[in-house]
Design a protein around this ligand. Sequence first.
Ligand code: THU
Length: 139
Amino acid sequence: MLNETTVKALVSAATEARNKSYSPYSGFSVGAALLTNDGKIFTGANIESASFSPTVCAERVAFFTAVHNGERNFSAIAVVGGKSNEEISSYCAPCGVCRQVMCEFCSPDFQVILYDGKEPRIFTLSQLLPESFVKANME
Ligand code: THU
């Protein structure tokens, strides 16, 4: 389980990362901070495109950056999102595609921390994506 200090550090890193969002089309900025099992933090922010579909969510930027740096074992991610240039005031849950990417690299007890500017809410990956399709389904 995550302790309070770790949750705060991840929320703070995600909030800082959110400042790097490139989201001129939605006006919605998201930040994510991903924790490896050995305590490293990798961050991401959403990056949009004029043709829309190439847009990548903050969570996937964090995951792909970490995986590209050789990381494969993750314990938690914090996600914060809201209207650009406004403080966080509601929870931003990961989209379905990001949940699937989490399933690729994480166990069902991976922790997903959401934050509304007041109270963190913590879910397991299996709560957010039950009955997921993974590599084992093809073996
Ligand atoms: N977005 C994320 O980065 N993560 C989420 O969890 C939800 C949505 C981004 C994608 C797009 O740039 C903007 O938020 C609006 O959908």
